[in-house]
Design a protein around this ligand. Structure first.
Ligand code: ATP
Ligand code: MG
Length: 286
């Protein structure tokens, strides 16, 4: 029985770097050979398979890979039998309809009878059907955004993130159909052993994600100020308070969020905190 978990990731392109970063953050060290299709890990029961992103859903569905990291847009388009086990929060984008900038847009009825160029015909067809609109779908696999400009279509349905590609092609986004981000998918029937490996991988990713945007704070204060200071600092359970060698003084340790960092520091100083140290947190495990 196959005990390793084989994870498919994009070989080259926008998802590659983010996928490798997750694997690295989970403490998995890959043996990277020259242009290998598969890299085993040195210290964890996984191996990584490098593919075109279009092929990842099918490869996972047929069991040639047990899991994969891929854009949700590809998962929705391919309609393969895979389970989304975790949303990964990177490569965020949306699939939208866009039309030439100068055209007045009265609403979705505009698309009736229009020709729409896309690489995502399945997602588009089901959205149009749901809205009761009949359009002509023209499938193209690259440079979708130039097709209205060269008279190949009236509109496009494509990936948008900042919108700058649309602007440079004199298009405007008129309908957002779905939002997408990178997701971790798995074959629906992996073995118990592989599921345990997958769960350990997810557990490690979540420990790193939880630590993002959090800092560890240490400070000293006279004992009589401690109640005010601990009221400002929530911590994971509650702040740690330890006596200092100098009598009448204590040290307080806690975890704070980067969002309100400076505000909290200001309140701590006012409440009598001294010698404040702030250090990064690599992982948080509950
Ligand atoms: P491949 O050669 O593997 O088929 P590709 O050209 O199809 O690559 P990329 O352009 O590398 O694909 O994009 C991969 C995925 O990254 C997309 O399916 C989408 O989920 C996401 N993505 C694409 N464009 C953007 C963007 N501008 N911002 C954020 N994420 C994006
Ligand atoms: Mg692709």
């Amino acid at each position: 029985m196959q005990e390793k978990l084989r994870i498919a990731i994009q070989a080259k392109g926008r998802l590659n770097e983010g996928s490798l970063k997750l694997i690295e953050e989970a403490g998995i060290k890959l043996v990277i050979g020259r242009r290998n299709l598969v890299s085993p890990a040195m210290n964890f029961p996984v191996e990584v398979l490098y593919l075109r992103d279009d092929d990842i859903p099918q490869t996972v569905a047929c069991g040639a890979a047990d899991a994969g990291i891929v854009g949700e847009n590809e998962v929705l388009e391919r309609r393969e039998n895979v389970t989304i086990v975790k949303r990964l929060g990177f490569s965020k984008c949306r699939l939208s309809l866009a039309i030439p900038k100068q055209v007045d847009y009265p609403g979705i009825s505009w698309f009736t009878g229009k020709k729409i160029a896309t690489s995502y015909p399945q997602i588009l067809a089901s959205w149009l059907k749901e809205k009761g609109i009949t359009s002509e779908i023209h499938v193209i696999n690259g440079s979708v955004e130039i097709s209205p400009g060269i008279g190949l279509s009236d509109a496009i349905f494509d990936i948008v993130s900042s919108g700058s590609t649309l602007v440079s092609n004199r298009l405007k986004e008129v309908e957002v159909v779905v939002a997408s981000e990178a997701v971790l998918v798995a074959h629906p029937a992996i073995s118990e052993i592989q599921r345990a490996v997958l769960e350990e991988f997810i557990f490690r990713l979540e420990s790193v994600q939880r630590a993002e945007g959090k800092k560890y704070i240490l400070l000293n204060a006279p004992n009589e100020k401690i109640p005010d200071i601990t009221a400002i600092l929530p911590g994971m359970k509650s702040p740690t308070v330890m006596p200092l060698a100098e009598s009448g003084w204590s040290s307080v340790h806690s975890v704070i969020s980067e969002d309100d960092f400076w505000e909290v520091i200001g309140r701590l100083k006012k409440a009598g905190a001294e010698g404040i140290l702030v250090v990064p947190i690599e992982k948080m495990i509950f």
